[in-house]
Design a protein around this ligand. Structure first.
Ligand SMILES: [Fe+2]
Length: 293
């Protein structure tokens, strides 16, 4: 065999192996644990389950069962930072997955994929900057049905809304925005100092755009939760995320970091677009955040 032919065959074999691995990794659901010191002195820990970017479609029973099994962690509070679904028939599957968690205090915001059905996009476009939505070319998803069902189950819709929650006897001042990635955020409608007497001040957004993080941090959020980035989804080992699909820097594409005086946690999420069911060096995740004094 000529040397050039062998090189081409070797490259194709390596590509096929990498693709097979990335498809496997996309279903290798992982629980990540992290600790954030954001509670007042003297308080007992609070366990916050952060879910994001599930992108559920019919037929993902393994993912649904894994999400439901997180109830065994006995969290005190569940926050979902959007992109619940990626299919017009996904709502019942989302509700089945989350049903074991509905007896817990919970709150959520929506992401762009809860509003619009996914489309095949050339992955190289993400290297040029945040993706642009073209609503005229997209099918609307039944996001109103999803919101109705989640709120009927007792969870709070934080899309451009704020509220006070009682969690394990503690007062949580929480606010959120609708998805900044598609310009639905209206932070001015929830802006203003967080409640100084609250035990925890929480900001929630799907996409961690800097304008939203700035507003929440300047108003005194102890902790801001976000998703959307998929942690980069395809990462280089030792380098990390190549893109964030928004204006946050790549070093904060997933995990705990900070923004000004606030702690920031960005979830790498549990799913993918159905048109790109691959993840590399960035397993799908849920996070159990232990909040400590
Ligand atoms: Fe997503």
């Amino acid at each position: 065999m000529r040397r050039s032919t062998a090189a081409v065959l070797g490259t194709l074999a390596a590509g096929a192996a990498g693709l097979a691995y990335a498809r496997w990794e996309a279903q290798h659901y992982t629980l990540r644990r992290a600790t954030a010191a954001v509670l007042p002195a003297g308080q007992p820990d609070l366990r916050l389950l952060h879910l994001s970017d599930m992108h559920l479609v019919p037929g993902q029973s393994k993912k649904q069962a894994w999400i439901g099994s997180l109830r065994d962690l006995r969290p005190d509070l569940v926050i979902v930072t959007g992109d619940f679904m990626s299919h017009v028939d996904a709502v019942p599957h989302v509700l089945d997955a989350l049903d074991p968690l509905f007896d817990l205090p919970g709150a959520f915001v929506l992401g762009s994929n809860d509003y619009y059905a996914p489309m095949a996009i050339n992955p190289a476009r993400y290297l040029a900057g945040p993706s642009q939505l073209e609503p005229s070319r997209r099918e609307m998803l039944p996001w109103g049905d999803l919101v109705d069902a989640l709120t009927t189950s007792g969870w709070l819709d934080l899309s451009n809304a704020r509220a006070t929650m009682k969690v394990d006897g503690r007062e949580v001042d929480v606010r959120g925005v609708d998805d900044p990635h598609i310009s639905r955020d209206r932070y001015a409608e929830v802006a203003g100092p967080f409640e100084p007497e609250a035990d925890l001040c929480l900001g929630v957004t799907h996409a961690p755009y800097l304008r939203v993080l700035d507003g929440m941090a300047d108003d005194g959020a102890d902790l801001i939760l976000a998703g959307h980035t998929h942690g980069g989804q395809l990462c280089l080992p030792g380098v990390g995320a190549l893109v964030t699909n928004c204006d946050i820097d790549r070093k904060r594409a997933k995990g705990l970091s900070s923004h000004r005086e606030s702690a920031l946690h960005v979830s790498a999420g549990l799913g993918t677009s159905p048109y790109a069911p691959v993840r590399f060096a960035c397993p799908p995740e849920a996070t159990l955040l232990t909040l400590t004094p």
